[in-house]
Ligand binder design. Sequence first.
Ligand code: ZN
Length: 269
Amino acid sequence: MRIIDAHVHVLSTYEPMDPFPDTGRVDRLLYLMDDAGVEKAVMLPVVAPFSPENNADCARWAREHADRLATMTDVALHETDAAERVARAREAYGCVAISYYPNSADIAWMLDEERAPLWQAFVDSGLVCNLQVTPPNYGTLLTLAQRYPNVPFLCNHLGLPSSLDPADVTYGGLDEAAALDNVFVKASAFYAAANTSWDPRCARALSYFTSLVNALGAERILWGTDWPPTSRHLTYRQALEVVRAFAPTLDDGQRAHILGANAAHLLGI
Ligand SMILES: [Zn+2]
């Protein structure tokens, strides 16, 4: 079974990990992947004042460790040159997707007519659009996915569901994505959805996971850790075992899809 971690950050200085800002070093990640039997990991660059060159850094690590690492490229999609940057990203960075953390609570602007060239750049490049989407923005995501059926959308961290009732079978309305074949969600950062973030068997986090699998199907879910932030709560190995060992309702085929096959297929790795 291929095991691919679809969400990590790699950077030598990561201020949010203070007082140990080098927690996210590439050598540590490769060691932890070996230890847990993880074949590959997908990096999401963090472009910040403490890491302004992280797109280029991640591109270099992906080249140096092509058998172990792949990278996304962070593009500020709200900026006026976003379409050109998406168009150039694969050649410039060898990326498999574009990652964007919105700078606004409401992302309805993504539907504005003047953004059409941005989405055309996604269509032309074939790159996956990786978004941080919260429940109030699920409607915008669904509209985007309907309007641009050739753009695959990948959401972070179970869709950040902590404001939802874990028993909500509609998963805040995201279940409508089951009818669209271009919406995917990462089962990552379980700590953010947990009551007890130190517990890899936290019932609340696992019930979100189960609801999401039931709503969308196992073919739409990609396991990831969100290392190194997750390391404040769980070991790297535990962040894998949340799904591999503790997810209660998966059969072997579903587990294989979620742990690696879906990432391999969607991202071409
Ligand atoms: Zn993250």
